[in-house]
Design a protein around this ligand. Structure first.
Ligand SMILES: [Zn+2]
Length: 298
């Protein structure tokens, strides 16, 4: 399909692009108990290659490819197996994260999922899309107020909050989740790739409440100090875990049977899988309540 590439504006053959990069889906598949994954909003359908849409020209796809590899090798994979990796980055990281925020906002908009956004925030999202595209293709060096932030998430064994969803560790460690969050005058795009969330500011009135998470356009260091996110962002992440739990509950009985059969056919794989490790964390935190609802994908 030929069309105008929405990232760079050139008219060219448009490629099938991953919204969330392929390395995330690959890792989830490699480490799952069954070798299959499901989309949150369609838990009854197995998907094997992540979610794609016809979006970018070949040149833009090729621009993203080395950054994705670098991100996978120096951030994503070390974070799955180790403590927080420390590394220095140059301008590629802000460009990569801008492209990611761009892809997610654009896809959600195409799926009509931004319809509830108040008009002034919708307008801000259009401006953010323009700026992130310009940063990605190298027309401007910095996203300015449309900052990119990176939040490493860790498993938990305790949380002093009422009504903590009992799938919390499975959500933190194993779920891919994309959303635009908004309240009052603020909005941001949230791209969660297992235990790593990338946040793109659409309109954030108090950016100084975020500490140690900002990706600096010219380069910087990641993982060197503590980080702080606003309290309501912490609550938002809990809400997302609840949303996923509700979606998982809608799995059909037939689908549960398919999952159980896949798990039984290779119990050793299941035992050593990251899916089971994430479930174990929930059992430690919530006891038998972790099994209350058949949530999570083994
Ligand atoms: Zn392009």
């Amino acid at each position: 399909m030929t069309g105008e590439c929405p990232m760079c504006g050139s008219v060219s053959e448009l490629q099938m692009s991953h919204i969330v990069p392929a390395f995330v889906w690959r890792w989830l598949k490699e480490t799952s108990g069954t070798g299959y994954m499901r989309r949150i909003n369609a838990p009854n359908r197995r998907i094997q290659d992540g979610f794609k849409a016809r979006m970018l020209c070949l040149r833009c796809e090729q621009l993203l490819s080395p950054w994705e590899k670098q991100f996978a090798d120096s951030v994503f994979r070390p974070l799955q197996s180790d403590n927080l990796p420390v590394f220095r980055y140059s301008s590629w990281l802000a460009r990569f994260c801008s492209s990611l925020s761009w892809r997610v906002v654009r896809q959600l908009r195409n799926e009509d999922q931004l319809a509830d956004l108040p008009s002034h925030l919708l307008l801000a999202s259009e401006r953010a899309l323009d700026i992130w595209a310009s940063v990605t293709v190298g027309q401007i060096p910095s996203p300015g107020e449309f900052e990119q932030h990176i939040i490493p998430l860790d498993s938990l064994s305790f949380m002093d909050q009422p009504d903590v969803p009992t799938n919390l560790n499975r959500y933190i460690l194993r779920t891919v989740d994309c959303d635009v969050a908004y309240a009052d005058d603020d909005a941001f795009v949230y791209t969660k790739m297992c235990n790593l969330a990338i946040i793109g500011f659409i309109r954030v009135s108090k950016p100084n409440l975020w500490r140690g998470t900002k990706i600096h356009a010219a380069g910087g260091a990641f993982g060197v100090g503590p980080y702080v996110i606003p309290t309501d962002v912490g609550h938002y992440i809990l809400d997302r875990a609840r949303t996923v739990q509700m979606a998982q509950m809608s799995k059909s009985p037939r689908q549960r049977q398919v999952i159980m059969q896949a798990a039984k056919s290779d119990p050793e794989r299941m035992d050593r899988s990251e899916s089971i490790r994430a479930l174990d964390y929930d059992v430690i935190m919530f006891g038998e309540k972790a099994y209350d609802r058949q949530n999570g994908d083994p």
